[in-house]
Design a protein around this ligand. Structure first.
Ligand code: 5GP
Length: 197
């Protein structure tokens, strides 16, 4: 594993993009929510997606909910930093402009995306810090997915198949944070992003 940040001594103060990825149900959303609670000014990218909103989800807050054609045009016009077909069903992508604006202004930015997206960010922005959020164990991951009850058994199977492949890619990341408790995982992420103190 490498850490591009420690190697880049010529520009130590440049703000960095942090990418948080990890398997389904590992708790990425919960950790990001806790990080935002502790750092309300932190920029967290809002993704565009072709999936329909779930109850309680608000356009422009949780995601930009777009149609397939609008998504195509965002990709074709180079407005996506990365995008991926997630769990083989819907497309999700990171709008490039807002992320670039943050970094240009010297502010850190955070993305919460899937493995395919993280790999694309690594190619597009080699300085990005890639963090893998891992479950304490595989059995615990299966328990968390079943426990949240938002997916039917078929969808759970599909997500677990993706999760297996994602777990095998953990070594590609600069850092692995085990989500044992939300507090400790958030504290580790804070430290990695230089948000403490
Ligand atoms: P959900 O449908 O549960 O909100 O999200 C499903 C998955 O999509 C999550 O694992 C999340 O990491 C991934 N995802 C969300 N936004 C993006 C994005 O902009 N790009 C990519 N590549 N994946 C995303």
């Amino acid at each position: 594993m490498t850490d591009a940040g420690t190697a880049d001594s010529s520009a130590p103060t440049l703000a960095r993009l942090t990418v948080l990825a990890g398997p389904t149900a590992v708790g990425k959303g919960t950790v990001v929510a806790e990080l935002r609670r502790r750092h309300p000014d932190l920029f967290v990218s809002i993704s565009a997606t072709t999936r329909k909103p779930r109850p309680g989800e608000v356009d422009g807050v949780h995601y930009y909910f777009v149609g397939a054609q609008d998504f195509d045009s965002l990709v074709e016009t180079g407005q996506m930093l990365e995008w991926a077909l997630v769990h083989g069903v819907h497309r999700y992508g990171t709008p490039r402009g807002p992320v670039q604006d943050q970094l240009d202004a010297g502010r850190p930015a955070l993305l919460e995306i899937d493995l395919a997206g993280a790999r694309q960010v690594r190619r597009a922005m080699p300085r990005a810090r890639l963090v893998f959020l891992a479950p304490p164990s595989w059995d615990e991951l299966v328990r968390r997915l079943a426990g949240r009850g938002t997916e039917d058994p078929q969808e759970q199977e599909r997500r677990l198949a993706t999760a297996r492949a994602e777990m095998e890619a953990a070594d590609e990341f600069d850092h692995i944070v085990v989500n044992d408790t939300v507090a400790s995982a958030t504290a580790q992420l804070e430290r990695l992003m230089g948000l403490c103190g």
